[in-house]
Design a protein around this ligand. Structure first.
Ligand code: GLC
Length: 640
């Protein structure tokens, strides 16, 4: 009798699993595809091409990754990524440590902090000076030589996998650099490649579009179209003039991009960050954001990934209004079948709102929307990232707290850009639109929390206060549910880095002020007693360690907001089975009081609570007595 080797047996298992997935999902795949391309003349041919792409990606997937897929699938419906054991960091390879190779030597540093999930900001080829931090890609499959090589990336991934760490990279889906091969051919007049983008002979259609499309970078890149002198045409460029929007109405573009997505999956990516998905479908007469077809496209992409490379989760980077963000998890019969993750951008911005006002009411007014996130999906929770802070939550939420929306946003912008008397924050306004009055906020976590100003004044009390604020902000986002994503440098209390002003390729974009170049001599300070670096690093480390101890923090849609009857304190309960953790945050600069009843309103009467942060026990008193929270303090409390 012929014997089957272990490798062959494995292949049979993998193939069977793949065939099952394909059979089960082919119908839906074709439905979704036909919703978009049924009437396209090249629709049929490209559907075949799409199926080939899927089969090819599976065939090229390494045994190790196939094994990892099956292991990850085993945890369902409690997906692997809902775990409280994952903590992330987002970083620019070059600014963090120079190259991918040296990043490999920093894995111990991440482990020391507790971080086991890395988001590498775009690492693929992107023209210097016209790169938008790597989000203008000129070659999707070539690692930018400034960072290293594809082999370096693969080696890093292998080492990370051995250490049980997860990797996230971006797919820049909405656009390419104008230096991408497709764009160069389009400039040369090749119709086939002009069809990859939105090209127009004159201003008629661009003007029609522009009437309804907002501007993303009104200062650095006004309008949504760019004149291409090489071919005497206009091209759509929603972001910078050097970022040309891909035309997903052309099924060939879809196939090319799915092929790239699956190619990335085969590099061993655990989570794929889909950049700017809100923009991928354009329709004249609309604002060209969050359109239903954009969701269909994402569902289609999800389906392809689920069949070929199911271990890779998808993060939709939709930084839009709260109700629109929620739709990226899928709606109706596609609930929880679109993106596995979204950034909790609303909550992030609302934390900054609460910190400036010391009042959590606007934050609370948004929760009925955020709580609708479907089971099985999750958030990336964060306080800062490489982008600006947009105040995109709804006017009615601000109104509900009793503020005038226009005045309130003005206050926040002034507060964080240092234009409000008495504000300790050092940030700047980003992308101010003179026509609409809109504006967003740049600045690092530490500088926005007042550390830069406090250090300049050598004011010990203010320094301490800003460290407390930094940790309060991090703690609030670490325990909400979802994967916390630290922005590199924030664990070191890094203040704004103004060196970008000397760089012509960057000085038009003040988001670079909060994208620091790390000085590793300064990192040594995390070992220096009394330094702010040590206070923030060890504080962050402790917060991650606490998260990992508490299974109830895993994102099982198990958050209930408490009613503290105090507008300065945000409190939520995380509960599962008989486990409970109460998280309380005082966003004001004054001592606050809370009735002890807050711990009893959800059907439990704890006698004693253990605070994981101060490592002290607290005795719960009578309802008419008060629990006191010092300014900017927080508590992570478990009944004992
Ligand atoms: C995303 C990125 C941002 C970039 C934009 C265009 O929003 O986070 O940095 O400018 O997409 O790619």
């Amino acid at each position: 009798m012929a014997t089957v080797s272990a490798t062959e047996a494995n292949e049979i298992i993998f193939d069977t699993a793949f065939n099952e997935r394909l059979q089960q999902q082919l119908g839906e795949l074709s439905n979704l595809y036909n919703k978009i391309y049924a009437y396209h003349p090249a629709g049929k041919d490209n559907f075949e091409a799409l199926l080939k792409t899927i089969a090819f990606a599976f065939a090229n997937r390494s045994t190790q990754l196939k094994q990892r897929d099956l292991k990850k699938l085993k945890t369902e419906p409690e997906h692997w990524f809902l775990s409280n054991h994952i903590a992330g960091m987002s970083l620019y390879v070059d600014r963090f440590c120079g190259s991918i190779k040296s990043l490999q030597n920093k894995l111990d540093y991440f482990e020391k902090l507790g971080v086991n999930f890395l988001h590498l900001m775009p690492v693929f080829e992107s023209p210097e000076g016209e790169s938008d931090g790597g989000y203008a890609v000129s070659d999707f499959r070539k690692v930018n030589q400034r960072f290293g090589t594809m082999d370096d990336l693969l080696e890093l991934q292998k080492e990370m996998q051995q250490r049980n760490m997860y990797l996230m990279l971006d797919i820049v889906l909405n656009h390419t650099s104008h230096r991408h091969g497709w764009a160069e051919k389009a400039k040369n007049g090749e119709q086939q490649y002009q069809d990859y983008y939105y090209f127009f002979n004159d201003r008629y259609e661009p003007d029609e579009f522009d009437r309804h499309m907002p501007e993303v970078f009104p200062e650095a890149a006004p309008g949504n179209f760019t004149w291409v002198p090489e071919c005497n045409k206009w091209v759509m460029s929603v972001f910078h003039s050097y970022q040309w929007d891909l035309n997903f109405r052309n099924p060939k573009v879809l196939v090319e991009m799915v092929d790239t997505i699956l190619y990335y999956a085969n590099l061993g990516i655990d989570v794929l960050r889909i950049d700017a998905p809100a923009f991928i479908w354009k329709e004249k007469g609309t604002d060209c954001q969050n359109l239903p077809m954009a969701h269909t496209l994402l569902q289609l992409i999800k389906q392809c990934v689920q069949i070929a490379t199911p271990g890779m989760a998808l993060l939709g980077e939709a930084i839009v209004a709260p109700e629109e963000i929620m739709k990226y998890f899928g709606t109706g019969n596609k609930l929880a079948q679109e993106c596995d993750f979204a950034y909790n951008a609303t909550q992030m911005a609302l934390q900054w709102d609460a910190l400036a006002t010391g009042d959590i009411r606007v934050m609370m007014a948004a929760q009925h929307v955020l709580l609708q996130k479907p089971y099985g999906t999750s958030w990336i929770t964060y306080t800062r990232c490489h982008d600006d802070i947009g105040l995109g939550y709804d006017d009615y939420m601000i109104g509900k707290a009793g503020y005038d929306p226009f005045e309130h946003r003005n206050f926040l912008k002034n507060y964080y850009s240092g234009n409000y008397e008495g504000s300790p924050a050092r940030g700047a306004l980003f992308s101010v639109n003179e026509k609409t009055g809109d504006g967003r906020i740049s600045g690092s976590l530490a500088s926005l929390c007042g550390l830069e100003a406090a250090l300049e004044m050598s004011d010990k009390k203010e320094i301490k206060k800003s460290v407390q604020k930094i940790l309060l902000m991090q703690a609030h986002s670490f325990f909400l549910g979802g994967i916390p994503m630290i922005f590199y440098g924030d664990e070191l209390a890094q203040t704004n880095d103004y060196s970008y002003l000397q760089d012509e390729g960057k000085n038009y974009d003040n988001r670079w002020m909060h994208r620091p170049v790390i000085n590793w001599d300064k990192v040594e300070k995390i070992n220096e007693p009394g330094s702010v670096e040590k206070a923030v690093f060890t504080g962050t480390q402790q917060l991650i360690a606490i998260r990992k101890k508490l299974a109830v923090i895993a994102d099982k849609k198990n958050l209930t907001w408490l009613t503290p009857h105090n507008i300065h304190i945000a409190g939520y309960l995380r509960a599962w089975d008989d486990k409970r953790v109460y998280c309380l945050y005082n966003f004001s600069d004054k001592e606050q009081h809370l009735t002890w009843y807050v711990f009893k309103e959800n059907g439990m009467k704890p006698g004693k609570l253990y605070d994981y942060w101060s490592e002290k026990k607290i005795i719960v008193k009578n309802d008419h007595e008060y629990f006191t929270l010092p300014p900017y303090s927080f508590f992570i409390l478990e009944p004992v």
